[in-house]
Unconditional design. Sequence first.
Length: 339
Amino acid sequence: MFAKIRAISSYLPPTIEDNAAVVDARFIKKIGVQSRHIVTDESAGDLAFNAAEKLFAEHNIDRNETDFILLCTQHPDYQMPHTAAHLQYRLGLDKNVGSMDIGLGCSGYVYGLAVAKGLIETGLAKKILFLTSSVYSKYINVRDKSTRPLFGDGATATWLEGGDTEALSAFAFGSDGSRYDKLIIPVGGSRFMPRDTPEVFDTDDSHNYRSNYEVFMDGMAITYFTLREIPKLVDNVLAAAQITRADLDYCIFHQANKFMMTYLRDKAGLNGVSFHNEISTTGNIVSGSVPLAIEQVVKNCDATKLKRVMLAGFGVGLSWAGCIADLSDMLKGDVNGAD
């Protein structure tokens, strides 16, 4: 028995923020993000719930066949309990369903696929509901014009089940915890608790305004990290799969921003491979960017030709992961894409 991705659905909150109201046209062209969906009063759990309901409806999936829920989010509804457990109840699933949160960001989808693969291929689960959910807009200051235009909110739901041939393989992982502070919310965890740490606001040299309770991103450091580590990740995945770039049908990477993805494609020697680079109406939705991109690609091309697709995620941690996925057996369903 081998794990495979059978279906994906996405949910984007209805409120749209136009980047023209935040930054100038030159910056918008560089990052490739015209607008983003943002939450109003919804939680990460709410978005994940809606994505799961869409998955069940669009692909005619019987929710009662779920025997494990994975949720990748950095924004749990509560410090405790874990949000995946609450989703078991909200979705009306059986109490025998296992549940687990994965506290990863931009690399989280590929890590989650590895966990799902392990559960299915060891016989611990048969059919898995794997959710991602991000509400970064709640944690980014509206006056932080270096970061806010990049990130959107959204959730995805992936249905994984067993198959006769290997469909998820050649995993490679990496971490660099020495750079933990390059993308961080300083206050809110057990190290610096809000009750013990005053909120302090600051304006940086580029006139971006934020507090220590909000997201800080060193954009230059993240870009350098990506261009340094991800080409090596590509080589490691190809070596593990014993294939070359010419054998790839598609590359679907974490959608950070247009500028970074364009340079990464060239740096990794992937200009001759079909390469997804489109976040104009969604922005970077963190762990959901890879499955959202998969949904878009499958919708708009012949999925039967997607037998060797490289997936890669990278970012906060710092953390990265990649694998090869066979998406040729995916259901399209009644997919509405990213809009």
